[in-house]
Design a protein around this ligand. Structure first.
Ligand SMILES: Cc1cc2nc3c(=O)[nH]c(=O)nc-3n(C[C@H](O)[C@H](O)[C@H](O)COP(=O)(O)OP(=O)(O)OC[C@H]3O[C@@H](n4cnc5c(N)ncnc54)[C@H](O)[C@@H]3O)c2cc1C
Length: 421
């Protein structure tokens, strides 16, 4: 930092927002000749990062084929090509491993720290900032910008102004506002002439209308298939993990289907169907039940079900099947058995709506990518402004994609802002 004769604090680069995107940008921008400040309104940097992956931080997605990675991000994914080529998942893993944070790859190519602690990821990043002598300003809410001759002159805090040659906006979106992301960046970017694609909560849990769903609270299902239906037509399908909450359903496959659900809800009623036995088709499952019923002919229905289902689903399935709980397996009729197979292959619920920003993992929409250079993240409207992270109109499914967007865009913005005089 240079203190000017008039007392002005002047940096080469000022990064606004100390989440993953801002931290990566600040660390990358800093060098002996480039003085960088990172400013955050919270008392600690990376508050949201600590919540990621249920406190374990799914750092990235080990999809090393950039084309395949980008396919998962939808139509806006193309924007990430250059940034991903410069700092993709492999380089992110190397970045952390070189700083002694060992990583492991889990199901679905999700990359986690071996320690299973998001705190360790954050500490590694803060060490990175310290090593690069980045000035960290916490408890410092940015209130706005001053513009001079079409360029940002300084950021305004409550009691001071911070001047810099270049500014990186990395204040996130609107999701999980309790962590500090309250949409301030959209307001500033719009004021500076940027178009904001209407933000919406993305990767968000769903409310279920059926009252009995409350009895399933806490139930986690692995290896199930979840399909989304409208007007008796299947609209989408995902395999994997989901869970029941006090209001409805959440977990990776629900979050990943939430975009489709949201779009369909705008048109009418939406049903979801859980296939509890996706590996067995209808005839195979029916055959298995028939065999089991012969083998355990004297067992009653209720005592047999734990072989098929988690505890919490037993009572609901008994009710929905209409089969008497005490009925001996050898007296269950063919029609009853078929009904049971139908339930196991398609447990239906009606969606009552999606939750809002408070529970959303990311924000869809944001700064229009047409107005941002995809190699440098530089604004095409304000010459000394750069963007990084969730504030941009790009987001991905669960599995480490969203943090990778932060690392790649943060890296690109930091490198470019440092080079630009
Ligand atoms: C519960 C949860 C779990 C998640 N798990 C994963 C996961 O495992 N893997 C994955 O890839 N993604 C995950 N995500 C998504 C991921 O956390 C986000 O994509 C990522 O944090 C966005 O980073 P960012 O730096 O753009 O913004 P943020 O992390 O939101 O950081 C923005 C920062 O800007 C600061 N700020 C805002 N306004 C101001 C202001 N006016 N003045 C000063 N500072 C300001 C905020 O305090 C905040 O620290 C998860 C999200 C949530 C909510």
């Amino acid at each position: 930092m240079i203190i000017r004769s008039d007392g002005q604090k002047h940096f080469s680069v000022a990064v606004i927002g100390g989440g993953p995107a801002g931290i990566m940008a600040a660390g990358q921008a800093a060098s002996p000749g480039t003085k960088v400040v990172i400013i955050d309104k919270n008392h600690n940097l990376g508050r949201k990062l600590l919540l990621t992956g249920k406190g374990r931080c799914n750092i990235t997605q080990a999809e090393f084929n950039d084309r395949e990675f980008i396919k998962k991000l939808g139509p806006n994914g193309q924007f990430l090509f250059s940034a991903l080529a410069a700092f993709g998942p492999k380089k992110v893993i190397d970045f952390f491993e070189q700083r002694s944070l060992l990583t492991k790859i889990e199901r679905g190519r999700r990359v986690f720290p071996v320690s299973d602690k998001a705190q360790d990821v954050l500490e590694t990043l803060i060490r990175y900032l310290r090593e690069n002598k980045v000035k960290i300003m916490i408890d410092s809410k940015v209130l706005g910008f001053e513009i001079k001759a079409g360029q940002i002159d300084c950021v305004k805090l409550k009691n001071e102004k911070i001047y810099a040659d270049n500014f990186i906006l990395a204040v996130g979106g609107l999701a999980y506002p309790g962590t500090g992301s309250t949409g301030d960046g959209y307001v500033w970017a719009r004021k500076m002439g940027h178009k904001i694609i209407k933000p919406f909560p993305s990767l968000v849990p769903a409310r279920i209308k059926e009252d009995w769903v409350k009895d399933l609270q806490g139930l986690s299902l692995k290896n199930v298939a979840l399909s989304v239906w409208q007007d008796n037509k299947k609209q989408d399908l995902k395999f994997g993990e989901m869970l029941f909450t006090h209001f409805g359903v959440s977990g990776p496959i629900v979050l990943d289907l939430s975009k489709t659900i949201g779009e369909l809800l705008a048109k009418g009623e939406v049903k979801i169907e859980i296939d509890l036995k996706p590996a067995l088709d209808f005839p195979v499952l029916d055959k298995r039940l028939r065999r089991d019923f012969i083998k355990n002919s004297n067992k009653n229905f209720k005592n047999y079900l734990p072989e098929l289902l988690p505890q919490k689903l037993i009572e609901p399935i008994i009710k929905l099947s209409g089969i008497n709980a005490g009925k001996k397996l050898n007296s269950i009729t063919k029609d009853e058995r078929k009904k049971l197979v139908n339930l196991l292959k398609g447990l239906k619920f009606t969606v009552g709506g999606l939750l809002g920003y408070k529970q959303a993992i990311v924000t869809g929409g944001g700064v229009d990518l047409k107005e941002v250079d995809s190699k440098t993240m530089q604004s095409k409207i304000v010459n000394n402004l750069f963007f990084a992270g969730e504030i941009l109109d790009i987001d991905g499914p669960t599995g480490g994609y969203n943090l990778q967007i932060c690392w790649s865009t943060g890296y690109a913005a930091g490198a470019a802002a440092a080079l630009k005089g």
